[in-house]
Design a protein around this ligand. Structure first.
Ligand code: PMV
Length: 343
């Protein structure tokens, strides 16, 4: 009754912003992402008749696992953490209802990236929780079923289930809205270098922010431009054409942020360092370097480049003031079970 899973975070090149069904977490558009090798969540789940309530324990990262007491649910004062715990328990309820079990669970979860690095953990977190929980109950689910289950926890989590480069088809119902691998992680060794410029969590969560998507006058225009942009991006990944891939991903990022900023109220996620790095990257290209950016619902900048330019681009990012931490990722496999449990 105990199982442990590791699931990667993912970075979207065609972004998910807006739902057509809030309860089922169906997106208004399909999206494409890549799993990240150095940003992942490890989660151990054990269901037990002995437990009277769910016990959710967050270990903030490797260092805290060694020298600090785990952060336990009843010690959580901060309302963001309280919300996270409630979302975990709702997901466990969803799984219990599905498999008709009543046992409460002990859940211990740890991110490879430090808490407060400004890296969203909901995708990796709900993917790992889905895989570990179903295995702990002795249930076998297909990749498609796990992707659907993870999506119900957090939309982008469905993309952390399959391997490598992933496409989430928006679908028309819960059963048809899931992610699949379009290329394995070994297909193309491109890098996603995360320049962390703010460690604090976001003020407006993506779930909250995207409820306003229809108030942007650019929403319909975005929907119209998405299918051809996605086709161009997938073809560029297939052909390993980095310039087309990078410029398409950058165009998509700016398109999504234009919608975010013109919502009512605006969902504005950048800070001054975000803009500084974006301008730097554009400038590097005039010097012959091939680097592009993408940004999610937060200020950190994901710098994409090819392996051959890794050192020069890493050196340039290190020189930018305001960059607090750098995480270098290559494409990774999807969520999977592991033998080493956290407890
Ligand atoms: O699944 P959520 O609620 O974490 O939403 C993710 C939204 C973006 O990160 C902004 C875009 C995406 O597709 O990952």
């Amino acid at each position: 009754m105990k199982a442990t899973a590791i699931a990667p975070a993912n970075i979207a090149f065609i972004k998910y912003w807006g739902k057509s069904d809030e309860a089922q977490r169906l997106p208004v558009n399909s999206s494409v992402s890549m799993n990240l090798s150095e940003a992942y969540t490890t989660t151990t789940v054990e269901f037990s008749k002995q437990l009277s309530h769910d016990d959710i324990i967050f270990l903030s990262d490797d260092s805290s696992a060694n020298n600090k007491r785990p952060h336990k649910v009843n010690e959580l004062e901060n309302s963001t953490n309280r919300k996270e715990v409630d979302r975990v328990i709702s997901h466990l309820d969803r799984i219990r209802t599905r498999f008709q079990v009543n046992e409460r669970a002990k859940v211990m979860t740890k991110n490879s990236f430090p808490a407060g690095a400004g890296i969203a953990s909901s995708a990796s977190g709900f993917a790992a929780l889905s895989v570990a929980s179903t295995a702990a109950l002795g249930q076998k689910m297909s990749e498609k079923e796990l992707s659907i289950l993870a999506r119900l926890g957090s939309g982008s989590a469905c993309r952390s289930i399959p391997d490598g480069f992933v496409l989430w088809e928006k679908g028309t119902s819960s059963d048809t809205s899931f992610a699949r691998s379009i290329f394995p992680s070994s297909h193309w060794k491109i890098l996603d270098i995360i320049a962390v410029v703010e460690k604090a969590g976001k003020k407006v969560s993506s779930s909250e922010g995207m409820t306003g998507v229809r108030t942007s006058p650019f929403f319909q225009a975005r929907l119209q431009t998405l299918p051809p942009r996605m086709a161009t991006l997938v073809e560029a990944i297939k052909k390993k054409d980095f310039a087309i891939f990078g410029s398409t991903a950058e165009e998509e990022c700016l398109n999504m942020h234009a919608v975010m900023m013109t919502q009512d109220p605006p969902a504005f996620y950048w800070n001054d360092n975000t803009v500084k790095i974006m301008l730097e990257i554009m400038n590097w290209r005039t010097q012959g370097l091939s680097a592009y950016f993408t940004i999610d619902a937060g200020p950190n900048v994901h710098v994409m480049c090819e392996e051959k330019e890794r050192d020069i681009i890493l050196g340039k990012i290190q020189q930018i003031s305001g960059v607090e931490r750098i995480i270098v990722n290559c494409p990774a496999i999807g969520a999977h079970l592991v033998d080493a449990h956290l407890f």
